[in-house]
Each structure stands twice: as structure tokens, then as C-alpha cells.
Design a protein around this ligand. Structure first.
Ligand SMILES: N#Cc1c(-c2ccc3ccn(Cc4ccncc4)c3c2)n[nH]c1N
Length: 242
């Protein structure tokens, strides 16, 4: 997969080259290119924004600059791309979104700032490629860069070879529609608190059942909406007994 990010703050995306994802890039499991939107300005001030039509607070990002930038970035690789535009007004970004995007050959992320990007940039792009306007949560950020860090990590960890243990991605929170339950490691007792006996029993069936019960319990307590959204056949009799 190739990932391109267009932003006026390229330095914000430096964390993509750290740790697990950085190693994946070095291993050639994923390609990441970050582009400075101002490279496609032509005025001395490198202007990327202007006042909003209809008035209102703040500034809007100019369509001309974005259009030239996306044309150039898209032309740099022949692979078909999905354009992703983070926005507080976007559809929710979920694990299912990350799983769907993990199958893409190429993702191009457009990081807005100010009050956002002129809508015509999205509309014009949508005539020639898939475009997703997405939000990472119900709170307001200052720009799209942090959201891109979140989404790139969520997608990249699903790519073959990126995670040391692919099983862990299958047992993620949300992968089965539930939150994952609590995890424990050594020491056996820490500040008077001990690891649940069942986890030391060696009884794999009992351990699986205990973990499922804790996941159901945590999901019911913290995210009842996820429980309500589960397909009818997602809970077996033992689950329902919980
Ligand atoms: N994903 C995501 C987001 C954003 C977000 C994303 C891109 C941009 C570009 C500009 N802004 C600032 C802004 C724009 C409009 N209204 C208010 C603030 C952004 C915010 N905020 N909250 C989220 N969950």
C-alpha cells in the first residue's frame, strides 16, 4: 500500500516514521509520502486560504492549491487511490473503516486546516475516485493531521507483516463487535492485587469463556451501543446467559 499525506504542516506527520510503522516503512510493507501543500502555491505569501463566501468566522482553504496538489500527487503513482478527507463533519471512522481501507492499493489523505477545505475539492475529486469524508470522533480538532496519524496507524497495523503477531489484530477490541476485556502479566500479585485464578488454570475453554464474559461485561458497561448493534446470531446461549 502507498499512503500519501498532503498538509501545510509536514512535521506533524513525523511520528509516522517512528516505531512499528517506521519499521514497516523500512521493511517496504507500506510506502508513506508526505507533501507540503504550499509547494503548489504560486504567490509570494504562499497563500492557501481565503475568506469564506457568505461570511462567518475563520478562513477556508483555497480549491486551486488543493486541486493542483492532488493532481500532482495522484499522478505520481499509477495505482488507483481512495481520497480521505478528515473533517468534524465526516462519517465516523471505525475499525470496520480501517479494515476496508486496508484492502486499498493507495490512500491519499488531505489534511485541512482553518475552517476546512473548499467543498468543490471533494466534489471534483469524487467524480474521478472514491472519496471519504471521515471523523475520528465527536470533538473538534484544529486540523486534520492528528486524525491522519490515527487513521494511518489503524490501517497500517492491519497490513500483512506489520504486526508481529497477526492474531492480536483478530482479537482487537471491535473486531468481534465487543470491547476487549482486561489483560494481565507478571507478577502474580502486585500491590496486593492478584491475577484472576482462571488465567493461571491452563484450562483453555474456561479461559476463553472468562475472557468472553469480561468482554461482554465491559461492553455492556462502557458501550451498550455496540452490544445493541450486534447481529442477532453474534451471541450464543452462553453469552446470553451472561
Ligand atoms: N477527523 C477529524 C476531526 C476534526 C478536524 C479534521 C480536519 C480539520 C480541518 C480543519 N479543522 C478545524 C475545524 C474545521 C471545521 N470546524 C471546526 C474546526 C479540522 C478538524 N475535528 N474533529 C475531528 N474528529
Amino acid at each position: 500500500m502507498r499512503i500519501d499525506v498532503v498538509t501545510i504542516f509536514p512535521g506533524y506527520l513525523a511520528p509516522l516514521r517512528e516505531a512499528l510503522l517506521g519499521r514497516a516503512i523500512e521493511a517496504g510493507l507500506v510506502e508513506v509520502a508526505v507533501h507540503d501543500l504550499r509547494d503548489w502555491t504560486h504567490d509570494v505569501h504562499q497563500a492557501v486560504d481565503d475568506a469564506p463566501y457568505g461570511g462567518g468566522p475563520g478562513m477556508v482553504m483555497k480549491p486551486q492549491v488543493w486541486g493542483e496538489a492532488l493532481d500532482a500527487v495522484l499522478a505520481a503513482d499509477e495505482r488507483p487511490a481512495r481520497l480521505v478527507v478528515p473533517t468534524p463533519a465526516g462519517r465516523p471512522f471505525r475499525q470496520s473503516t480501517a479494515q476496508a481501507w486496508a484492502g486499498e492499493q493507495r490512500l491519499v489523505f488531505a489534511c485541512g486546516r482553518y475552517e476546512g477545505i473548499d467543498q468543490r475539492v471533494v466534489d471534483e475529486a469524487a467524480a474521478r475516485m472514491p472519496v471519504d469524508e471521515v471523523s475520528i470522533g465527536d470533538y473538534v480538532l484544529v486540523g486534520g493531521e492528528v486524525a491522519v496519524l490515527v487513521m494511518v496507524e489503524a490501517v497500517a497495523r492491519l497490513l500483512p507483516g506489520v504486526l508481529g503477531n497477526p492474531v492480536s489484530a483478530e482479537q482487537d477490541s471491535f473486531s468481534d463487535g465487543l470491547l476487549e476485556g482486561p489483560a494481565y502479566t507478571r507478577p502474580l500479585t502486585w500491590r496486593g492485587l492478584s491475577v484472576p485464578e482462571v488465567l493461571r488454570s491452563g484450562h483453555h475453554g474456561a479461559i476463553a469463556r472468562w475472557r468472553r464474559d469480561r468482554a461482554l461485561e465491559r461492553t455492556a458497561d462502557r458501550r451498550p451501543d455496540l452490544l445493541a448493534a450486534l447481529p442477532a446470531d453474534a451471541l450464543d446461549a452462553a453469552d446470553r446467559a451472561f
